[in-house]
Design a protein around this ligand. Structure first.
Ligand code: GLN
Length: 487
């Protein structure tokens, strides 16, 4: 069996005990990638030579006793909106299709310091805008659970690569659910940290006030270990927080007696697939049996989260994406006359349809005549959503609900109706608006065999609560490997 079928913690143990070498682990990953990529297309760039080089360096450090810990020698994949020095970073866009950064994102750097080996860069919706990984300029990624379905998005490449065991774990980014929703659809675990916990330095910005980098792995322990490695104050990111409580692995305890878990009624209304509902409520019962105290409540404002999110995210995106003008980065149109035509042609040719739609929407809501009516109103709504969560967390340690209203969509289904696709973000976006941490863990499959994810939301800086609850649930069932991964 490939070493990629192990968790990071288990693999690192084997490497430490000298049962296997780092190079063997990396070679296993590269073999898996070679065998499966024609079907799945999880990666935009595979850095085989670089990975083998890193493997030898890390092996040396491990042998010298300079590198140990749960990620030492573990092959990981990185979403392609995180800058990697000397390695193509495209954001899934034509406009960055030739962009090779001169620096490495802080989170990637931290993982390397912890001994992880970077295998390459994973596919994503263009500029992380989407929920299916179909808006990538480089073509779609398929869901390893069923190749006729999408993996979710925008971190679909990272989640599918973990599920298919092409890598052991991966980094994703979450602006409105892009770690949790594809995690749920691919049957893996994904954690979005409290805003400010992981440095955004080197992350190509989508919605700067919402973006967070987080781990994607087979289980909660690996997510906790990754988060522990990447959570640190960074003066290069002005929104980075000083936290003293980043020993996340200390929360891997099976004791949830007395933990107060709130179940928002608003999350289980119309629009939620009955099979998802049943599986998530059954998982809630498991937590209850383990001693958690469950209570239903009204979170309120749920219906306002999606519109507020899309106004704010698009406003920020329209401003963030201004820098792609054909001069400073990446692609430039070939034939043009004069500066303005160069900008126009570069951006018209370089951005895909979804990105253009959002730049237009964002520019519109920020324009003088509409700023108050849309952007300001969305900011006020965001403040109210934050307040609703604050009230809830006065009574609860965690909030439990689905990660997404349905299981994975068929290829083509989401793209055909963008508005409907936006509505699919209903359970995830409010968490980003409020800046809270949340984790998505697999809780079963539907009758088509597609994975279902449960989301646990925590209060500010309370990652340990959601890690504890998710870990306790996980102890009641074995990790369900994707059948495709086993071939
Ligand atoms: N689906 C959401 C969007 O398209 C979330 C994306 C994300 O989290 N990057 O904006």
């Amino acid at each position: 069996m490939s070493l990629t079928s192990l968790t990071a913690v288990a693999l690192a143990k084997k490497i430490k005990a000298r049962e296997v070498s780092v190079e063997e682990a990396v070679r296993d990953s590269l073999t898996q990638i070679q065998q499966k990529e024609a079907d799945l297309h999880c990666f935009i760039t595979v850095d085989a030579d670089g990975a083998l080089r890193q493997a030898r360096e890390i092996q040396k450090a491990i042998d010298a006793g300079e590198c140990s810990g749960p990620l030492a020698g573990v092959p990981i994949a990185v979403k392609d909106n995180l800058c990697t020095r000397g390695l193509l970073t495209t954001c899934g866009s034509k406009i960055l299709s030739n962009f090779v950064p001169s620096y490495t994102a802080q989170a990637v750097y931290s993982l390397k310091q912890a001994g992880a080996v970077i295998l390459g860069k994973t596919n994503m919706d263009e500029f992380a805008m989407g929920s299916t990984t179909e808006t990538s300029y480089f073509g779609l990624t398929k869901n390893p659970w069923n190749l006729a379905y999408v993996p979710g998005g925008s971190s679909g490449g990272s989640c599918a690569a973990v599920a298919a065991e092409e890598c052991v774990c991966a980094l994703g980014t979450d602006t409105g659910g892009s770690i949790r929703q594809p995690g749920a659809w691919c049957g893996v675990t994904g954690l979005k940290p409290t805003y400010g916990t992981v440095s955004r330095y080197g992350l190509v910005a989508y919605g700067s006030s919402l973006d967070q980098i987080g781990p994607i792995a087979k289980d909660v322990a690996d997510c906790a270990a990754m988060l522990e490695a990447i959570a640190a104050y960074d003066k290069k990111d002005a929104t980075s927080m000083q936290r003293k409580d980043t020993d996340f692995t200390s929360a891997l305890s099976d004791d949830i007696k007395g933990m107060r878990i709130g179940i928002p009624r608003d999350y289980f209304k119309d629009g939620l697939d009955p099979q998802v509902k049943t599986a998530v409520l059954a998982a809630a019962d498991v937590l209850k049996e383990k001693g958690a105290v469950l209570k239903e409540f009204d979170l309120s404002l749920t219906d306002y989260a999606v519109p507020a999110y899309y106004v704010i995210a698009c406003a920020e995106a329209s401003s963030n994406l201004e820098r792609f003008d054909g001069i400073k980065y990446g692609y430039r149109a070939n034939a043009y006359e004069g500066l303005h035509m160069m900008y126009k042609k570069t951006r018209s040719e370089g951005f895909g349809a979804e990105v253009k739609r959002r730049i237009m929407l964002g520019s519109f809501v920020l324009s003088a005549g509409y700023y108050d009516a849309y952007y300001l109103k969305a900011l006020r709504t965001k403040a109210l959503i934050k307040q609703a969560f604050d009230t809830a967390f006065a009574s609860f340690d965690c909030i439990l609900g689905p990660a997404a209203p349905t299981t994975a969509l068929k290829i083509g289904q989401g793209l055909s109706d963008p508005l409907k696709m936006y509505l699919g973000d209903i359970y995830t976006v409010s968490v980003n608006l409020a800046g809270l941490p949340a984790i998505s863990i697999p809780v079963g499959t539907d009758d088509l065999g597609l994975p279902i994810g449960m989301q646990l939301i925590g209060g500010y800086f309370q990652e340990k609560n959601i890690i504890r609850a998710a870990y306790a649930f996980e102890q009641t069932r074995a990790y369900v490997r994707c059948p495709y991964a086993k071939q």
